[in-house]
Design a protein. Structure first.
Length: 577
């Protein structure tokens, strides 16, 4: 028998799962997360043959079309972590986009489910992929529960802590629970989060970096290319494409350290088999070629004889751009987003959404379409989507048609018509910052002007995205100073950003300082920001620099005025100096 409960009016979703003797349907409210059964399919998943023309479908990690290879050491270490005696353990697996984190998690789900483990995905309330209804699994006889959190760095810190607290409350000592967080960064975000996990939950979380797949002694770039090439050749029924040689740049180009980049090159080679100019070899040109094929698919759907799409390829390109920036949305928000973006089409936004959903239907969660209330599915994989945003925007030197409409589209999406900012603000800012890390013209033409005009928007990006902004090489310190001035003294999610900004700005501020006391205060301020973010060692380093200056100042004739600053430093630091 199933029952439907309001999760947040009673116990947490995890508590209800672990306490239930049988199957129960758990209704997840909007805060702070939703649950779904993590897909456990193998690598034989076959999408509808009608969408073979779409590179995004062939490359999407959830489709798992290229056979899983390598990661033997990582799998063994994760199994050791799984089989340790602790009832609850938390680990973050981090690496750049395209490194294979989601594929490895999907493979683990498949393998561990076969060994009796129940695998659950947790989705933040802003991630609208999660279903409205979740049939809680019967845990009778289960070997344990694995909880996978993709894009964990995009969660609010308080919400991740709530998730971990819920698993602790729910699990008790009856089942082993493992929480695997997948993220791009570690660094400041992980230092802060692991500190809070230890302080608030008395858990020691662990971290592992997912390196390039080629680090596995049994895997080479050429082998990865050949495996992907042959698989795509079979799926596309182009057997002669199996003879295509890897691009000359495969061995030396740094971008091909990413398994996704190798798969993209293999797909471009197969799709372009027979071209007189040969397959593209530069990773950006590979993206441009694949995106051209994506557009050709929109054209085919628009001109087909049976049930053609009303949306033109140009308009579809703008809708795809918008979706990639905003992420999936409910229909009302999606309609508003298209209106904000000012998509150039005679079609009503409702028609644009319907046509876009034909091209990009929501990917199934737990093997069903329970979450199909969302529209504006982004262009995946993320790296291909970021490349599309950048290539559609003027300012690059690659052979890809730009659209003047795109230049100001982010600003229009974030235009302040009403307060608070729109539901998609964080996703837009996060995506722009991630794209800007590889595409400087996105930063110079879109991101920086947007934040200079409306610096308060930066706070909507969240602590992790702001920390990433602080690492961009060409970011103007004056812009960071303005954003820093808007940060609260303490905030559980923005402390990460405050620490990153303080670290980036220390040298800039010291160069501008005119007195020793001013320099000491700069070190003091950085120490405070780092301390609040849980970076105690780095905070002490800054405190020590301030201590040296304050001690010198107190030795001067009017040094008594500086004694309060010296006294405010940590006692153990004063005594050790």
């Amino acid at each position: 028998m199933t029952s439907r409960i309001n999760q947040h009016a009673t116990a947490s979703g995890f508590a209800r799962i672990f306490q239930s003797a049988g199957n129960m349907t758990v209704y997840e409210a909007t805060n702070p997360y939703r649950l779904a059964t993590w897909p456990t399919h193998g690598t034989e998943t076959q999408p509808n043959a009608k969408v073979w023309e779409q590179p995004s479908v062939l490359l999407r990690a959830s489709n798992a079309l290229v056979h899983f290879a390598g990661r033997t050491d990582e799998q063994e270490r994760l199994k050791e972590w799984r089989d340790a005696p602790a009832p609850l353990a938390v680990r973050v697996m981090h690496g750049p986009g395209g490194q294979g984190k989601t594929r490895l998690a999907g493979h683990l789900a498949h393998e561990w489910a076969a060994e009796g483990w129940v695998v659950i995905g947790a989705y933040h309330h802003r991630d609208r992929q999660g279903p409205d209804l979740f049939a809680a699994p019967n845990l009778e006889g289960a070997a344990g529960v694995l909880v996978v959190v993709d894009y964990a760095e995009r969660w609010d810190t308080a919400d991740l802590l709530a998730l971990l607290s819920d698993t602790t409350t729910g699990a008790g000592a009856r089942l082993s629970v493992r929480v695997l967080l997948l993220s791009r960064p570690a660094g400041t975000w992980w230092q802060t989060l692991s500190h809070r996990i230890k302080r608030d939950l008395d858990l020691t979380a662990t971290r592992v970096e997912l390196g390039p797949l080629e680090n596995d002694s049994a895997v080479t770039r050429a082998g990865l290319f050949s495996t992907a090439r042959d698989r795509f050749a079979d799926l596309l029924e182009v057997p002669s494409a199996r003879e295509i040689a890897p691009p000359e740049t495969l061995t030396d180009h740094a971008d091909f350290r990413l398994v996704l980049a190798v798969h993209m090159a293999a797909l471009a080679a197969v799709l372009g088999h027979g071209r007189s100019e040969g397959p593209p070899s530069d990773p950006v040109e590979v993206s441009a070629y694949l995106l051209g094929r994506e557009r050709a698919h929109w054209q085919d759907l628009h001109t087909r004889g049976e049930a053609p799409l009303a949306t033109t390829p140009d308009a579809m390109g703008q809708v795809v751009y918008t979706a990639t920036l905003t992420g999936a949305l409910g229909r009302a928000d999606a309609t508003e987003a298209l209106e904000h973006a000012a998509v150039e089409s005679r079609e009503h936004p409702g028609q644009l959404l319907k046509d876009h959903a034909v091209c990009y239907p929501p990917a199934p969660v737990d093997g069903t379409a329970q979450h199909t209330s969302t529209v504006l599915e982004p262009l995946y994989p993320d790296r291909l989507g970021e490349d599309y945003l950048a290539l559609l925007t003027a300012g690059h030197a690659h052979d890809f048609p730009c659209d003047e409409w795109a230049d100001d589209a982010p600003a229009r999406l974030l235009a302040s018509r009403d307060a608070p900012p729109p539901a998609w603000a964080r996703h837009v800012l996060t995506t722009l910052i991630e794209a800007a890390a590889r595409w400087p013209h996105v930063a110079e033409r879109q991101l920086y002007p947007l934040l200079r005009a409306r610096p308060a928007l930066a706070l909507e990006a969240g602590g992790v995205a702001l920390a990433a902004l602080a690492t961009l090489e060409d970011v103007d310190p004056a812009l960071l100073e303005t954003i820093d001035s808007l940060l609260p003294k303490r905030h559980i999610d923005l402390d990460i950003a405050a620490a990153a900004l303080a670290t980036r700005l220390v040298e800039h501020r010291l160069d501008a300082a005119t007195t020793p006391a001013e320099r000491a205060r700069i070190h003091d301020r950085a120490a405070t920001r780092l301390y609040y973010a849980g970076q105690r060692d780095h905070a002490l380093t800054q405190n020590h620099e301030a201590l040296l200056i304050w001690r010198e100042l107190t030795d001067e004739p009017e040094g008594a005025a500086h004694l309060p600053y010296l006294a405010a430093l940590p006692k153990q630091l004063r005594e050790s100096a």
